[in-house]
Design a protein around this ligand. Structure first.
Ligand code: BMA
Length: 927
């Protein structure tokens, strides 16, 4: 049995409201049959929640969709229609009303019940509910049948409707199936540059048949909004104010006369507060009320590393006029304010050295903080495969990687409740987005109304989670799509801009502001921010766009540059207030490739490996597009050749492995230099306060930007990011044009720390070089700030020595404490600077020695400096080492612990752990 089935039932159970006298039939618990009008011979068991590919796979009609080139071989599934038919349902005829409730249908359905047509649906992200009471009365065999139309075919047909909006060539990013922008379905289901295109279909989220007695309700969605009195989405909340708790339930059925809402807030030591909500109003299937929670009555919720993740349970009882409970809803909540600050830079900030312009950063409970993290993509091409344990494992890696925020990229799907639950518990802030990206969208009435339903449902569903940090309208619309229109069709730009605003401002803003006062919104992930606000308008935001003043800094930044020669050239990096995307792709490990590719195809440029490289985007459904793939493969190849000793192993598998690994080294260095640059920006006029790299994780085994491979294995990037996301770091910043070098100690702790710093030059054999530096040794580093340790020039320092034989080791050790903690700790960091590219450095054999005891592997560099020491382990297990991809000085020894995430080797992986370093790239033998 697929693990997802139990998960789905569990997840479904936790979402059901509890009430007396109602019957909720969970459609996960009954038998389903999947057939296709296109293929009369296919009839297999189906499941809910599920998708067609998964059920066909379970019935062995198809093989593993992620294997080899099955993506292309399985296109027939996406081009066909599919029908899920239930067994007869055990329903009561005497219920007052009977409802079909679908939390998610993917996507185009025609729904029949008792042999009669009920409805058609066309939005994967809406909850749908239908009153089928009348149909049930005259029905002998209550069977539910849902026909799913082919999404790619319907998208094409929608595009072809006369009068349909279209955009200039190049504005809409085309991945594989075209016309995704016309439909409300996960946009990356039609292909993306890090994933395959399956365009799945199915009842992808829990579904129920709800039967209600008279004066009884089923709660289909609940909004809880917790904010400081007077709080506004666009301004800093006053932290001295009491809390307002606003609760609102969306129900089906009929409320009893004079219904009221009784609430209880309970914490770890029992009930804290209870009573009746005030100002209870009932309108159009919605019962709403609010209460006040005194400031000191509750503990605050904080993100990881900034304090505790205090959570409370909120119980809402809908009661009748005699205070008898009709229905109960419970939600886990937290008390925090999270504010995305886009206000103008104040005089006070300028007096402190901040460049004028606009702020762009987050504030938690009134505190600025440095956001460290990455971008989350759909972790599987089939969402029903995404179970709570899988996400927990992934989020464990987020926490172990020193990350406190994920940008949940739009153009996937809205995150399930259990994902926010995990984030609430673990303290991970989830920047969330509406599912639009890399395209402009239609604005006809039907489309806007469809989106309005989607936005309202989703905003209300997730608002109670303290981990919810932000709402953005869509991916890269302001910095990519709008400028492309402006250059390709300048005369028509005003019209396209107005259409963009119709959707992302006029339609979405009133819905967001009408439901939440606690979350900030911005129409585009990357943006120069708002220019002015006018609350006399229903849509108060006027965006700044290109209205920039010289010398001022606005907004967050996005940076991709595939010119591999520019590694570490910080003059190219954007100077902004927050970096929300940047990256370069790399290959997954040999172990991941082996899961998906036959042994004979395990080489860098085999057709199978190449055709799984979707960067630059394949640009259509052509199944042999080597042209684009060769660019992506070429970028990785040339980067390795430029910057590292070129692997040339006798054994072809070892050679493939070494090449894959080397692309990861480049990727890791590429991100490290940028993260150092952005973090240093916290001390510079840009007052830079965030680094979220592209991308956290993979959804298949392929060359992508991920730091974590599909099964959970860490690439070099995730280890290096973990290291450079430590609270206190030391880093070198070299101007590649004139070789000027600055060394900085940087801290994101909330109080200043006193640090000692040590700098020392070595040759590759590990001998200390006699180079004196005018560097500070004891410094103070301000709160979320940096201190320059040294300002010099590499050539001056080396005094004619060969840069290929000189490396600088930097150590910092600081005394300080984490935010909201009284415990003083020592924060350390070691970093290495190599003035010459590693490809031309005089590497020597460090003669690495590996030993292990029960829970530690110890590596020693016996002779010479070891760059990028890499502990490797075989397939069949997933674990992360405490540290990996590190450098060792000559004679240095490092004990490395590990955390096992899954293991099918019965512990045997331990005997097969190997160690290598960059030196191994120079060897023709071994891995
Ligand atoms: C940005 C992202 C994604 C994309 C990535 C890599 O455009 O927002 O859409 O996958 O870069 O190209």
């Amino acid at each position: 049995m697929r693990p997802r089935s139990t998960q789905a039932v569990l997840a479904a159970a936790s979402m059901v409201s509890v009430a007396v006298g109602q019957q909720v039939l969970n459609l996960s618990t009954i038998d389903w049959t999947l057939t296709s009008p296109n293929f009369s011979y296919i009839s297999v068991p189906g499941m809910v929640p599920s998708q067609v590919h998964l059920d066909l796979r379970e019935a062995q009609v198809i093989g593993d969709p992620l294997y080899a080139l099955n993506e292309f071989n399985l296109r027939w599934i996406a081009y066909s229609n599919w029908t899920y038919t239930s067994a007869p349902l055990d329903l009561h005829k005497n219920a007052s009303s009977t409802w079909l409730v679908f939390n998610g249908l993917d996507t185009f359905t025609s729904i029949d019940f008792c042999g009669e047509h009920v409805a058609a649906t066309n939005n994967q992200f809406r909850q749908y509910y239908f009153d089928v009471s009348a149909l049930l009365q005259s029905c002998d065999s209550p069977i539910l049948s849902i026909n799913f139309g082919s999404a790619p075919i319907i998208a094409n047909a929608t595009r072809a409707i006369p009068g349909q909006l279209a955009w200039p060539f190049g504005v809409q990013q085309l991945y594989e199936f075209p016309n995704r922008e016309y439909i409300r379905k996960e946009q990356s289901d039609f292909g993306w540059d890090w994933g395959p295109a399956f365009a799945p279909a199915g009842i992808w989220l829990p579904a129920y048949v709800v039967q209600l007695p008279q004066q009884n309700v089923y709660v289909r969605n609940t909004l809880v909004d917790i904010y400081r009195e007077g709080q506004h989405n666009f301004y800093a909340p006053d932290q001295t104010k009491d809390w307002v708790l606003n609760a609102s339930v969306d129900y089906l059925g009929s409320l009893p006369y004079r219904a009221n809402i009784q609430y209880t807030i309970s914490g770890p030591s029992g009930d804290l507060l209870n009573g009746f909500l005030s100002n209870v109003t009932s309108e159009a299937g919605r019962l709403t009320g609010s209460t006040s929670v005194p400031d000191g009555a509750v503990e605050l919720w904080w993100p990881v590393g900034m304090g505790q993740q205090q959570l409370y349970n909120l119980t809402l009882n809908v009661v009748d006029s005699s205070n008898t409970t009709v229905v109960t809803v419970t939600k886990r909540i937290g008390f925090r304010t999270i504010f995305n600050n886009q206000t103008p830079i104040s005089q006070e900030q300028m007096d402190l050295g901040v460049a004028p312009g606009g702020n762009w950063h987050f504030e938690i409970n009134g505190n600025e903080f440095y956001a460290k993290g990455s971008n989350f993509i759909p972790p599987d091409v089939f969402w029903p495969n995404v179970t709570e344990p899988r996400l927990r494992q992934l989020f464990d890696s987020v926490i172990d990687g020193n990350q406190n925020m994920l940008r949940v990229w739009s153009s996937g799907a809205y995150s399930p409740d259990f994902m926010y639950d995990l984030a609430d518990e673990m303290g991970i802030l989830l920047w969330s987005e509406f599912e639009f990206g890399c395209a402009l969208y239609p604005v006809n009435e039907e489309f806007l109304e469809n989106v309005a339903h989607e936005v309202e449902y989703q905003v209300r569903r997730v608002n109670h989670h303290p981990s919810l940090a932000y709402w953005a309208g869509g991916n890269e619309l302001e910095n990519l799509e709008l400028p492309t229109v402006n250059t390709t069709a300048p005369d028509e730009y005003p019209r396209y801009l107005a259409e963009y605003e119709t959707l992302f401002l006029d339609t979405i803003v009133p819905i967001v502001l009408g439901n939440t006062k606690s979350i900030s919104y911005s129409p585009s992930s990357t943006t120069n921010g708002w220019q002015s606000l006018d609350f006399s308008k229903s849509q108060p935001i006027a965006q700044r766009y290109g209205n920039l003043t010289e010398g001022s800094i606005y907004g967050d930044t996005d940076f991709y540059n595939y010119n591999f020669t520019q590694l570490g050239n910080f003059s190219r990096y954007p100077v902004g207030r927050f970096a929300n995307e940047f990256g370069y792709h790399s290959m997954p490990s040999l172990q991941s490739w082996q899961q998906a590719v036959a042994p004979e195809d395990l080489s860098f440029n085999s057709s199978v490996v190449m055709l799984r490289d979707h960067h630059p985007p394949a640009g259509g459904v052509n199944t042999s597009n080597f042209y684009n793939a060769s660019f992506g493969q070429g970028q990785m190849t040339m980067a390795v050749e430029e910057w590292y000793p070129i692997p040339n192993k006798t054994d072809s598998l070892a050679n493939f492995s070494a090449w894959c690994h080397s692309t990861q080294l480049f990727q890791a260095e590429f991100y490290k230099f940028q993260i150092e640059f952005y973090r240093r920006g916290s001390a510079l006029p840009e007052r830079q306060l965030g680094s979220l790299y592209w991308q956290l994780e993979d959804q298949w085994q392929a060359p992508t930007w991920a730091g974590i491979e599909y099964d959970g294995r860490w690439k070099v990037l995730h280890y290096v990011a973990k290291d450079i996301y430590r609270p206190v770091i030391i880093s070198a910043h070299r101007n590649v044009t004139n070789n000027d070098l600055e060394i900085w100690a940087i801290s994101d702790l909330w109080s200043s720390v006193s640090a000692s710093v040590n700098l020392a030059w070595y040759d590759w054999s590990g001998n200390k070089l006699n180079i004196s530096m005018d560097a500070a040794t004891n410094v103070s580093i301000g709160a979320i700030n940096g201190t320059k340790i040294l300002s010099s020039n590499v050539d001056t320092m080396l005094q004619g020595r060969n840069a290929a034989d000189a490396i600088l080791r930097m150590d910092v050790s600081a005394q300080g404490s984490l935010p909201n903690s009284n415990t003083t700790q020592t924060f350390t960091h070691t970093n290495w600077f190599h003035p010459a590219p590693l490809s031309s450095s005089n590497l020597t054999d460090p003669k690495l020695e590996l030993s292990k005891n029960n829970d530690t592997f110890t590596v020693k560099a016996k002779s010479g400096v070891a760059a990028f020491v890499w502990l490797d382990y075989p397939g069949g297990a997933v674990l992360n080492f405490e540290d990996n991809g590190f450098w060792l000085a000559k004679g240095e020894e490092k004990g490395v612990g590990y955390k096992v995430k899954s293991d099918t080797t019965g512990g045997k992986w331990k005997d097969a752990v190997t160690v290598r370093s960059l030196w191994n790239n120079t060897l023709s033998e071994g891995y």
